[in-house]
Design a binder for this molecule. Structure first.
Ligand code: FE2
Length: 301
């Protein structure tokens, strides 16, 4: 069996607003659009994904929070309705998610062997979180590939950003090993934004783009600094300063997604592809991809 590999890594933010704005048939609310810079960037990256041969998507989301260990989706199919607890007016999404249980079990086992506390999620009534759904829907609206979601262990909350970074690095290494052993081609998704300070009131019309802007300038400066470093291929350095960024911008990287993905990909030193940046309720959202194949890697923006 050929060695499995990670064929693409994506930083894919999950504001429910972008799915709301797309009006897919699975989502109940209706919108008049909005957040085009982000959605068009997603459309571009989704087109690239169509050109890549892969078996499965593995996503780490900060909205499936587990306080004891790291959990993995562990049933063939999860059919339910996922409701955003903060924005039930925007996101009531009927999901029918196919899971690559074989790969999920392999990753769970490899993580466990590395000393990480793990558990398989086998509850058929489990509602898959909106982080998984938004990122996966925007990157693959056809939902024609199986998914595995990995939960976010709350080591940031229990301990510190530094401990989160170390534990996520260990999880990334275990996941890479499991993927290589599986023989599969896998796309990784770190489902989160960058800076994450946000407004606490909503416009009467959520998609009123005259109300949308970054929460404050320091958040913008942090986001641009990190995006520049991504462009320069400095991911080891980004992960090193991540605890400070999380502290200053409330960044959702606190869930471990970016550290996990970069660790699994061996800390890329090649340029990331940047597909878009836009504020959603004041948060900073960047779409970026790391393509290990130098022949298909592109300068997008
Ligand atoms: Fe979030």
């Amino acid at each position: 069996m050929a060695k499995g590999e990670i064929v693409l890594g994506c930083l894919a933010p999950h504001p429910p607003h972008v799915v709301y704005a797309e009006n897919p048939e699975q989502n109940e609310p209706f919108s008049e659009g909005g957040w085009e810079a982000l959605r068009w960037g997603y459309n571009m990256l989704a087109r690239k994904l169509k050109e890549i041969e892969y078996d499965c998507i593995v996503v780490l989301t900060p909205h499936w929070q587990t306080y004891v260990g790291t959990h993995f989706l562990g049933l063939e199919r999860f059919q339910n309705i996922s409701v955003d607890p903060i924005f039930p007016n925007l996101f009531r999404f009927h999901h029918d998610i196919k899971v690559d249980v074989d790969l999920a079990e392999k990753m769970c086992e490899a993580a466990s062997e590395a000393g990480i506390i793990t558990k398989m999620m086998r509850n058929p009534d489990f509602r898959v979180d909106y982080g998984t759904i938004v990122s996966c829907h925007m990157l693959n609206p056809e939902w024609d590939k199986p998914v595995v979601t990995i939960s976010s262990n709350r080591s940031t909350h229990y301990y510190s950003n530094e401990v989160m970074n170390e534990q996520s690095m260990a999880l990334g290494e275990a996941v890479r090993k499991a993927i290589e052993d599986s023989g599969k081609k896998v796309v990784l998704i770190a489902s989160h934004s960058l800076s994450h300070r946000h407004f606490v009131t909503e416009a009467p019309l959520p998609e009123d783009m005259s109300r949308e802007h970054i929460y404050n300038h320091s958040q913008y400066v942090w986001d641009m600094k990190v995006i520049d470093m991504m462009r320069e291929g400095k991911m080891k350095e980004v992960i090193e300063i991540l605890p400070e960024m999380i502290e200053q911008t409330m960044a959702e990287a606190e869930g471990g997604g970016l550290t996990w993905m970069m660790s699994a990909m061996g800390m890329p030193d090649y340029p990331a592809e940047i597909y878009g940046y836009q504020s959603v309720i004041g948060t900073g959202n960047a779409i970026a991809a790391w393509d290990p194949n130098a022949e298909t890697r592109a300068i997008v923006m």
